[in-house]
Design a protein around this ligand. Structure first.
Ligand SMILES: O=C(O)C(=O)C[C@]1(C(=O)O)C=C[C@@H](O)C=C1
Length: 258
């Protein structure tokens, strides 16, 4: 496995974790750009459209996410503690030889999965902000792009467990009293770095400008047109990704001494 994708094996430091978060920004920005190639395509999210699909009792996007997760579970995806399914109930077991992932996190980490919140945020709030209205009939491709966005966001947000673990180890004497008192406000204050958050929001905006520009030969320039509005990417991080990462950090820490 590439080092930047799994830093946990070789000494956990806040710097390494942040490097991975920065790398994951690329995946998130590119996945939004790929989804934005398609218009909203609302039948993808409409239960009645998928009702004729055998075995489906929800929308086409639910069908694709559930079926893909089942295949990926068999291939061992969810054996990795950094991965979290959106539909964890009734997933088939892994059928590949086990890999020994480093045991970095406290076992209570297993119970933290906020994918339901990520799902609702993505479909109800984010999606309408960055896709154009309309319908081009490409519903399966649309749902596949949605899944890629969801998986990238989920991985980044649940990385909060690793961030929290490293902060706890570095400042144990500050965190322990707050955890014993189950004091969420103190935990939030301890784990917040306002300047880091500002830098993250600026960087993702710049990445959206860089990755989402029209590349032209000659000197016509980009004329300020981007494949995904950079201000929306910055807002995605400021309003949802960072706050949800902090929620994961707090939930993990509250059980760190169980
Ligand atoms: O880098 C950290 O220290 C994190 O906890 C991650 C993160 C983020 O989500 O980007 C969240 C909280 C901090 O205030 C700063 C940044």
């Amino acid at each position: 496995m590439a080092k930047a994708e799994s830093n946990v094996s070789d000494g956990l430091t806040l710097e390494l974790i942040r490097e991975s978060l920065i790398r994951q920004e690329d995946t998130i920005v590119f996945s939004l750009i790929e989804r934005a190639r398609f218009p909203l395509n609302s039948p993808t999210y409409d239960k009645s459209y998928a009702s004729s699909v055998p075995g489906s009792c929800g929308s086409l996007v639910e069908f694709i996410v559930k079926e893909t997760e089942a295949i990926q579970a068999k291939a061992g995806r969810y054996e990795n503690p950094e991965e979290h399914p959106f539909f964890p109930d009734n997933l088939p077991p892994s059928q590949v030889p086990p890999h020994k992932y480093p045991e970095v996190l406290h076992p209570a980490a297993m119970s933290v999965n906020i994918n339901k919140i990520i799902w609702d945020m993505y479909f109800n709030e984010l999606l309408p902000l960055f896709v154009t209205p309309g319908d081009d009939g490409n519903y399966a491709s649309t749902a596949t792009r949605d899944l890629e966005c969801l998986q990238a966001l989920s991985r980044r947000i649940h990385y909060g467990k690793l961030v929290a673990e490293v902060k706890f180890r570095d400042e144990r004497k500050d965190y322990e009293p707050a955890i014993r008192a189950q004091d969420r406000d103190t935990l939030i204050n301890l784990l917040t770095f306002a300047r880091v958050e500002e830098a993250v929001k600026k960087r993702v905006e710049k990445k959206a400008m860089t990755f989402g520009q029209e590349v032209k030969l000659g000197d016509e320039g980009n004329k300020g047109k981007y494949k995904v509005n950079p201000a929306i990417v910055s807002r995605l991080y400021g309003d949802w990704v960072i706050p949800l990462t902090k929620d994961v950090e707090v939930e993990y820490l509250l059980h760190r001494l169980d």
